[in-house]
Design a protein around this ligand. Structure first.
Ligand code: ZN
Length: 268
């Protein structure tokens, strides 16, 4: 609906887990002139290293936003309110110590806020909290349940359908679901690049927000660097430089009018 669209389309990207391969990802983003937010836990499980402090400072100095992803990459559902709050606050404090600046953004590990996550994010003074709700051409009315458009991952149709259903379905999101189904045969990674490139073009023309997210360790494991390169090239062609923002800016740029919109589409 027209009243749910911002005055200009916006492009954002976000990257979870702070893996050392995020430096390769950042290089590619810089080459395309696309910015983004990196959500970094203080620690992760043994086979998922977290980048060095110097690398984090380099990302921040390059203009990327650094957001929190809990202290230990703990999924909040199942934690007590006290433990969830401690994970969120301690993770942010660790990043702020490294960066010497305030950290405003948060992303729920596993994408789910659980019972306490949204209210804690607000109480702790974060500017936003990102979920793994996909298929959205706007972030939704609640900055503490920020949706995304598409993951750099060759999801099978059933997985996309589950994401659509789990987060409220909606006609707007159905259109994006259709656009993201990987048509035809052949290499899924190659097809993903083409599908995301087409999506970037279409979303920009519709005045929508394109929010692409992923994990650098997964891009490496799935052989998706080429797909990402193609998607970023298309996004950069479709979205003018001034429309490329980090999530902190997106959370405040989204007009208050969207608060009044119907709880359909990509809204929780
Ligand atoms: Zn994560």
């Amino acid at each position: 609906m027209a009243d749910r669209r911002p005055s200009a389309p916006l492009l954002t990207t976000s990257w979870d887990d702070g893996h050392p391969l995020d430096m390769k990802l950042a290089e590619m983003l810089l080459r395309h002139g696309v910015t983004g937010t990196f959500y970094v836990p203080a620690r992760n499980r043994p086979d998922r290293p977290v980048m060095a402090a110097a690398d984090l400072r380099e990302l921040a100095a390059a203009g990327f936003e650094i957001g929190s992803h809990t202290a230990d990459h703990r999924r909040l559902p199942g934690l007590s309110r006290e433990d969830a709050g401690r994970q969120m606050a301690d993770g942010r404090a660790a990043l702020e110590d490294i960066l010497g600046m305030a950290v405003h953004g948060f992303c729920f590990p596993g994408g789910r806020a659980g019972r306490w996550g949204r209210s804690l994010a607000r109480e702790l003074g974060f500017s936003h909290a990102r979920t793994t709700r996909m298929l959205c051409a706007d972030p939704g009315p609640d900055p503490f349940a920020m949706g995304t458009s598409a993951q750099i991952y060759p999801h099978r149709p059933a997985a996309l359908l589950r994401n659509w259903l789990r987060h409220g379905g909606g006609a707007d999101r159905l259109a994006m679901l259709r656009a993201l189904l990987l048509p035809g045969d052949g290499d899924r990674a190659v097809r993903l690049g083409g599908v995301l490139a087409a999506l970037a073009d279409r979303t920009a023309r519709g005045g929508g927000i394109l929010h692409v997210w992923g994990h650098s360790w997964e891009i490496e494991a799935q052989g998706l660097w080429g797909a990402l390169d193609r998607a970023l090239a298309a996004a950069a062609a479709a979205y003018p430089v001034e429309s490329r923002v980090v999530n902190r800016v997106l959370a405040t740029a989204w007009p208050a009018a969207s608060q009044k919109s119907s709880p359909r589409g990509c809204f929780p």
